[in-house]
Ligand binder design. Structure first.
Ligand code: ADP
Ligand code: MG
Length: 725
């Protein structure tokens, strides 16, 4: 037999060791830190004092850059970039696809005398005009007004991307239409950070910690798989869909837990060193790297940053992971479920908020006053998740994440909050108003200051909750590994803004004239929230089936799939929330609904096309070749007078028949599908008809994989992809 699969294995075993071409020992990664970033300190050195001051003011206030400042910044930026060998600049923006897009321009213009001159005015920094007509926009822009503007987001620094053939200055930008509508994933983040700050200040005033801008912070733990590139290219499904559409579970799976925190393989380690170095050059604070649960699965986490910068850095990090993996002969798979039956990948988004004056608001303090502030923010979070559980569900809804949520390694689609027993007890105590209660872990001291001391960094960990309190932050674990964290951050910012708006309103109405009175007011707010919203708090095992029943009894929403979830973007409650805080208009939300729904449908379309294609041109031929081998063998045996049963050939024949039938059925469904015009109906059709039929094909193919001769099987197996490195 000769298959692409066997060729792939041969290529890997013969591959020479890969060299990075860099000396990692002589120059430690720390020396690269921020080397390619036009940072604040770089600007401080290069800009006139007044210009720098004005720029800093713009950064903290979130205002747009005025043109005279922009001109000066552009000049300094150009000088810096040219000195580092840049020839081009690119406005980098984040369209609704969740990917990163770039428009490149050369610095050099003809000077009119046959020569060339490097130009880069402030206007080029503030606005580019990419022809964005090919980016999905959900109908906001007609093709005749296809142009959008990209505007430098001054809160996110410009940076250089090096390529062996040249260097490009990259400018992170927001992407908006002529009419000012957000066409991207950055604009809503910036708007939601403003809204969050405004509402937070009202609350902080009561604790004397208001003033400095309050930002949300994010630290996203990225999970991913690495497989050899030879396998990747031998699997059309991985290449086109990012996941395997067929494949039987490997004989050795993850049952020994021998991969988790185990030694990192040599090639992978080399890759990780280089990823870290590339991150450091761009000022991305790479921090943690380790093996994950599944074989071939790894995790990478940075130190948290302000949500907006963290979101940009997260996108850059995904690009770096893919690029460096490629250099080391591997493919980096970011899909949530590349291999059915094997643990999937998530992106746990750690979320908090704070400022220099307020500290980290989710960090319980040492003093009763700090604890009071902490309790208000915690209660606000509980209230926010309770009210907008479906929004949090919708912002993690993608075709790919559907394969992971609710499987055995990821939180279910039911949004709940994990507080841990200690914090839960404190909430209960406040509700009961009984100040004499003492818990096992700490004696609650509700005296003059009313509010109890709260143990710091509660030891509890719960890995099954979609939203877990982890001692000084919340961890949103339902986010998918391939997703931009923008949507989740926008949702967290806006629901917190609303909850804090309500908290501030309560406190403003109450008597807060003394510390005791303020304590009472805080207590009243917390117990009100607890009464209304504590059904969203769940401290048990989120993976258990018992929780599904319990959640249903509690009346918590359970939107199992993307098709069920996306409608949330169009609900009146969502629209009024987003409009109230000026984050997205009804039209902007509608455009997002359309784009996301179309992406869901398009994903299923590519996948089902490929199921048909691979089923007919790879699996079917392998199966009938094996069938004829069996037939030949039976005929030969018969010729020499040996009678045997026909079990093997009967089984293969019936599997081939089911394969043909299910493929034909799938094709019929796809023909039916082509006449559906309503996008919501289309999503439902995909969910209830197309996806189940694809699974039916898969079941047969996977059964064949266990039966067909190994030298005829065309696709690299899970065993090979996950264990050969
Ligand atoms: P674990 O796997 O135990 O959850 P990790 O160290 O892998 O922990 O990841 C924790 C993540 O949480 C890191 O990215 C870290 O920077 C981030 N984090 C810590 N504190 C905060 C905070 N205040 N706000 C946002 N993220 C935070
Ligand atoms: Mg974590």
């Amino acid at each position: 037999g000769h298959t692409t699969r066997l060729d792939a294995i041969a290529a890997i075993t013969k591959a020479p060791p890969l060299e990075s071409g860099m000396d990692f020992i002589a120059t430690p990664a720390s020396e690269y830190w921020g080397k390619n970033v036009f940072s604040l300190s770089e600007m401080a050195q290069r800009l006139p004092k007044a210009t720098f001051k004005s720029l800093k003011r713009t950064i903290t206030s979130g205002d747009l850059l005025d043109i005279s400042t922009a001109d000066a910044v552009a000049e300094a930026m150009k000088t810096w970039a040219l000195s580092k060998g840049a020839t081009h600049y690119a406005h980098v923006f984040y369209p609704l696809t969740g990917l990163t897009a770039e428009k490149h321009d050369s610095f050099f213009d003809p000077d009119g005398d046959g020569g060339t001159i490097a130009t880069f005015a402030g206007s080029a920094l503030i606005q580019g005009e990419p022809d964005g007509s090919s980016f999905p926009n959900g109908g906001i822009r007609q093709t005749f007004e296809a142009r959008g503007y990209t505007i430098w987001d001054v809160t996110s620094p410009a940076y250089l991307i090096e390529n062996p053939n040249g260097t490009t200055l990259c400018i992170p930008t927001a992407f908006v239409s002529w009419t000012g509508e957000a066409l991207d994933r950055k604009t809503p983040i910036l708007r939601s950070m403003q809204a969050l700050n405004t509402q937070t200040q009202r609350v902080l005033k009561f604790f004397g910690t208001d003033g400095p801008f309050v930002s949300s912070t994010a630290g996203a733990e990225q999970e991913y798989f690495l497989i050899d590139k030879n396998f990747y290219y031998a699997r059309p499904d991985l290449l086109a869909c990012g996941r395997t559409l067929f494949g039987a579970p490997p004989p050795k799976g993850q049952e020994f837990d021998d991969h988790y925190f185990g030694a990192i393989p040599e090639r992978v380690q080399a890759f990780m060193f280089e990823v870290e170095r590339e991150c450091f050059k761009l000022g991305i604070p790479a921090k943690t790297r380790h093996n994950e649960v599944a074989p071939g699965q790894y995790e990478f986490a940075p130190v948290y940053e302000f949500a907006n910068v963290a979101t940009d850095h997260q996108q850059m990090m995904m690009t770096i992971l893919k690029k460096v993996a490629d250099k080391y002969g591997m493919a980096c798979l970011m899909h949530e479920k590349p291999f059915a039956g094997v643990n999937g990948s998530g992106k746990h988004v750690n979320f908090s908020m704070g400022s220099s004056a307020a500290g980290n608001v989710f960090d319980p303090g040492d003093t009763p006053a700090e604890n009071a502030q902490f309790l208000v923010f915690c209660a606000a979070m509980i209230s926010a998740v309770y009210k907008h559980a479906t929004l949090l569900r919708a912002v993690v809804a993608t075709a790919s994440n559907d394969h992971r949520l609710g499987a055995n390694e990821a939180p279910p689609a039911i949004l709940s909050v994990f507080l841990g027993t200690e914090l839960n007890e404190i909430m209960e105590t406040i509700l009961s108003g009984d100040s004499s209660v003492s818990s096992k872990s700490s004696t609650l001291n509700i005296g003059v200051d009313v509010l109890p001391p709260i143990p710091r960094h509660s030891g509890d960990r719960n890995r099954t909750s979609p939203m877990a309190f982890t001692g000084n932050r919340f961890e949103f674990r339902a986010v998918g590994s391939s997703q931009s964290i923008s949507g989740p951050m926008v949702a967290l910012n806006i629901i917190m803004a609303e909850a804090l708006d309500e908290a501030a309103t309560e406190l403003e109405r109450a008597d807060t004239s003394s510390r005791e009175a303020l304590g009472k007011a805080v207590e009243a707010y917390v117990s009100k929230v607890w009464k209304e919203s504590s059904s969203v708090v769940f401290n048990g095992d989120g993976y258990s089936s018992g929780w599904h029943e319990e959640a249903a009894r509690r009346g918590l929403p359970n939107l199992a799939t993307t098709a069920d979830s996306l409608g949330v973007f169009m609900e009146p409650a969502t629209i009024s929330l987003f409009e109230k805080y000026g984050v997205l208009s009804a039209r902007e939300l509608e455009s997002r609904y359309e784009v996301y729904a179309e992406q869901y449908v398009a994903t299923a379309n590519v996948e089902s096309n490929l199921v048909l294609e691979m089923g007919r041109t790879q699996i079917f031929p392998a199966a009938i070749r094996y069938q004829s081998e069996l037939a030949l063998s039976l005929a030969n045996l018969k010729a020499v007078g040996i009678e045997t049963d026909h079990d093997s050939i009967n089984l293969i024949t019936s599997l081939i028949k089911s394969l043909q039938v299910s493929l034909d059925d799938l094709e019929k469904l796809k023909n039916q599908e082509s006449s559906i015009t309503d996008v919501a109906a289309h999503c439902q059709f995909v969910k209830t008809e197309v996806l189940p039929k694809m699974l039916e094909v898969r079941t047969t193919v996977d059964a064949l994989e266990h039966r067909v001769a190994d030298d005829l099987w065309p696709l690299p197996t899970f065993q090979e992809m996950l264990f050969i490195r």
